[in-house]
Design a protein around this ligand. Structure first.
Ligand SMILES: NC(=O)c1ccc[n+]([C@@H]2O[C@H](COP(=O)([O-])OP(=O)(O)OC[C@H]3O[C@@H](n4cnc5c(N)ncnc54)[C@H](OP(=O)(O)O)[C@@H]3O)[C@@H](O)[C@H]2O)c1
Length: 343
């Protein structure tokens, strides 16, 4: 194993953070790497589940004082200063014979920002906030948490499964299996990552989807939100699959006409992130009201011609007002392409 540069170690810490994707909410995803005094990898760790030990504790677990002599701890978020459900990570690190701690992002809470770093610094350990090319990836690794914290709002991701010609359904409503099995598996991971799946009434009534997490490696009951101003979904509870696959307290039927208010209601119910899965009317409403933070588009290499476009109900008066995606990433999933970006 070679010596690791700071960038390489921070990249490993970011990859570690994502391993906690399904169970850490409302906490941030955090990853940690420990390098020995010469820069060789000693261990890695991540925050696995809300209420469980933080990434630093997981990474340091099992390492001896001797191994930690002069070591460098690299963590994606500033070590916590306060005692919450778990003891303060900053105090724990301060007791170790470390040479250096580098953290990716400062704690967004102004009441604690910098305090974790200060506790470690006072113990004579060199502490630095990472400043480098991975800063944006660090923000993305805990973007729902940062959004919640900065805006006191639920984070909204929009997920679309579309043909190459931008359609999510045929005119006759047929829409299932546009994308391939690999994309669908990835969608189940995303369902586990976000607190809830959100859909419009017509998607529930026409497609009768389950909207649960079906993934061989993830056991999780997610939450479902249905926007239904006329109460039609509740008239069909015995036939609809969402009621068969979710317990009552995991289903939220909202009747508010105002999307922003609906999101506030979800925030108050403890839902800190939603993945909007359709249909067309709902996608358009979220776009029109500028309520989307992240886009996931699964693009299948198929052409289906006339059909329902996912932006059908959305328009702009001039190209100057086009929605410009930021921080775009694409990767192949089976025959499809997964494009994800910030809005
Ligand atoms: N490929 C994909 O990614 C994908 C995903 C999902 C669905 N689909 C397809 O999309 C089709 C359904 O889409 P759709 O556009 O007809 O219906 P939809 O978006 O699923 O539901 C629209 C309904 O939601 C209710 N609603 C509540 N609040 C709303 C708001 N703020 N804005 C808009 N609607 C609101 C409205 O009914 P009330 O007025 O009664 O409240 C509205 O008629 C189906 O064919 C489905 O198969 C495709």
């Amino acid at each position: 194993m070679n010596k690791l540069s700071l960038e390489q170690a921070m990249q490993i810490a970011i990859d570690e953070a994502y391993k906690g994707f399904a169970f850490v909410s409302p906490n941030p995803r955090v990853g940690c790497v420990v390098l020995d005094h010469q820069g060789y990898l000693l261990s890695t760790g991540h925050h696995t589940r809300f209420g469980q030990p933080h990434a630093e504790v997981e990474a340091l677990k099992g390492l001896s004082q001797e191994q930690l002599q002069g070591a460098h701890v690299i963590v994606t978020l500033e070590p916590c200063a306060h005692e919450g459900q778990t003891p303060s990570c900053a105090k724990m690190l301060a007791q170790m014979p470390l040479a250096q701690v580098t953290y990716g992002l400062i704690d967004p809470n102004p009441l604690v920002a910098g305090q974790g770093a200060e506790i470690i610094r006072r113990a004579g350990i060199q502490v630095n906030e990472y400043q480098g090319p991975l800063k944006n990836d660090l923000e993305e690794a805990c973007e729902e948490f940062l959004w919640n914290f900065r805006h006191k709002k639920t984070f909204v991701a929009l997920k679309v499964a579309q043909s190459l010609d931008g359609k999510i359904a045929l005119k006759n409503g047929e829409s299932q299996w546009i994308t391939g099995p690999e994309s669908r598996q990835r969608v189940h991971e995303l369902r586990a990552q976000y607190d809830a799946v959100l859909v419009g009434k017509k998607t529930v009534l026409q497609d009768n989807p389950s909207l649960n997490v079906r993934h061989p490696a993830i056991q999780k009951e997610n939450q479902v939100v249905v926007l239904d101003r006329s109460g039609d979904v509740l008239k069909n509870t015995s036939e609809l699959n969402i009621f068969k696959t979710h317990s009552k307290d995991h289903i939220h039927i909202l009747s508010s006409s105002n999307l922003s208010e609906a999101l506030d209601e979800l925030y108050n119910r403890g839902i800190r992130s939603v993945m909007v899965e359709g249909g067309g009317e709902i996608f358009a409403s979220f776009l029109k009201e500028n309520l989307v933070q992240r886009l996931h588009v699964f693009m299948a290499p198929v052409l289906i011609g006339q059909g329902m476009s996912w932006t059908e109900g959305f328009s702009i008066p001039s190209l100057e007002q086009k929605i410009q995606l930021k921080s775009i990433k694409t990767r192949p999933v089976g025959r499809d392409l997964h494009l994800t970006a910030r809005i």
